[in-house]
Design a protein around this ligand. Structure first.
Ligand code: PMP
Ligand code: GLN
Length: 407
């Protein structure tokens, strides 16, 4: 009997990456850069690979020592606290694995976990596979007239958030900057969530894989840095997203040792070791970023500047064909309303049908946004699709050509 995984087999990435690979498309679908990491990272990786026998053997299972030390030092400086590299940082196989260890470790049968919608899709099955029940709280667009749409217009209703907390609530999951909308949570929004977590003794799982990618003067704030939150927050990050090296699959979870020790149990009984050489390369990258932090030389400053231009380029293309993109404050993605465009087939949510048609008939790949909603709210959000703009300018131009030849 396979009851424990029944119903979890359907997955938007499995479905759409297969479809995308079956057709010749301009791919603005799955979120990854179609360019490489910066040259200092490529060099660091090559040096690691050529760096002697130890780079090709197991390393410390909970994280390569040089990497956990620099991550603790790097984020310790940002957060203004001492972080213990051995007890408070865990290296994982991408942020995905950090999320998996977190949900497995912290969620028990009967626990409720509040998830802010739209959400990175894996939160839902991961909570349920740990025996928990997801409870959804949607970001809702406020009425805007006259100005361009922005992810900043999507808000939580504080009373509605408060109403979701009860004695069964174990944790709340937030993702800032958010995938797919690109919302960057503001200090007052994070404080509202933090106050509820403290009041109800609830944990916070904060997925911050796009932490460096904020635009137009927006600033990423770590909820773990708010008073009283370090002790109850698991912060998750990704070297793949930080350094444009998604294939390296290096991620981390960072939190107080009394929580992290439980994540370690799932880590040691799942993958145990993560690959050594990419961890060495990421450690070199973080050391460099530590040294140049806040200067023009910092990649964490250069990358968002580069993506800012790409984001405007894609927004312009979409507007030129009459679409109304939601300008993201952060992250990799731009969501746009497609309700003005015609329908294709009838047996699935509109955005799923639309993206399949877009891939097959137009040769352009995107991702349907209703896949980032719970079953109960999916129908309300099937008029949006998501484009990734972390692509070469030539790719974005090829997408624009397709859009312009629309009719
Ligand atoms: N969280 C979010 C919000 C994501 O978009 C992704 C995809 N990068 C992940 C986690 C997983 O990251 P990784 O590739 O490091 O496993
Ligand atoms: N986070 C990326 C996205 O949202 C990649 C998803 C994945 O690897 N499954 O497109």
């Amino acid at each position: 009997c396979f009851m424990s995984v029944e119903g979890f087999d359907k997955n938007i990435w499995v479905e759409f990456t297969q479809l995308i690979s079956d057709y010749k498309v301009v791919n603005l679908g799955q979120g990854f850069p179609d360019f490489g990491p910066p040259s200092f990272m490529q060099e660091a990786y090559c040096n690691a690979i050529c760096g002697g026998a130890s780079m090709h053997q197991y390393t410390r299972a909970f994280g390569y020592p040089r990497l956990v030390k620099i991550i603790a030092k790097f984020f310790g400086r940002i957060m203004g606290r001492e972080i213990d590299p051995m007890e408070e940082v865990l290296i994982t196989v991408g942020a995905y694995h950090a999320l998996f260890c977190t949900f497995q470790a912290l969620v028990d049968e009967g626990d409720e976990v509040i998830i802010v919608e739209p959400f990175f899709d894996c939160y839902e099955p991961m909570v349920m596979m740990a025996g928990g029940t997801p409870v959804y709280i949607p970001l809702k667009p406020k009425e805007v007239t006259g100005s361009a749409l922005s992810s900043a217009d999507w808000l939580l209703c504080p009373e509605e958030v408060a109403s979701k907390f009860n004695p069964r609530t174990k944790a709340i999951v937030i993702n800032t900057p958010n995938n797919p909308l690109g919302k960057v949570f503001q200090r007052d929004e994070l404080q509202m969530i933090a106050d509820l977590c403290i009041k109800h003794d609830v944990l916070c799982i904060s997925d911050e894989v796009y932490e460096w990618l904020t635009y137009d003067g927006e600033h990423h704030i770590k909820i773990a840095s708010l008073p009283g939150m370090w002790e109850r927050t698991v912060t998750i990050g990704s070297a793949g997203k930080s350094f444009c090296a998604t294939g390296w699959k290096v991620g981390w979870a960072m939190c107080s040792g009394h929580i992290l020790k439980h994540l370690k149990t799932f880590h040691q009984n799942s993958v145990y070791h993560c690959p050594t050489a990419p961890q060495e390369a990421v450690a070199v990258g973080f050391q460099r970023e530590y040294d140049v932090f806040g200067t023009e030389e910092s990649y964490f400053r250069q990358l968002p500047a580069q993506l800012h231009a790409k984001r405007l380029k894609l927004a312009k293309s979409l507007r030129s064909v009459g679409l109304q993109p939601i300008l993201p404050q952060g992250g990799y993605f731009m969501t746009t309303d497609i309700s003005s465009l015609s329908e294709y087939t009838k047996d699935e949510p509109y955005d799923y049908r639309f993206v399949k048609w877009l891939i097959k008939e137009k040769g352009l790949a995107a991702i349907p946004v209703s896949g980032f909603y719970s079953p109960e709210h999916r129908a309300d959000f099937q008029n949006y699709i998501r484009f990734c703009f972390v692509k070469e300018d030539s790719t974005l131009e090829a997408a624009e050509d397709i859009l312009r030849q629309w009719n």
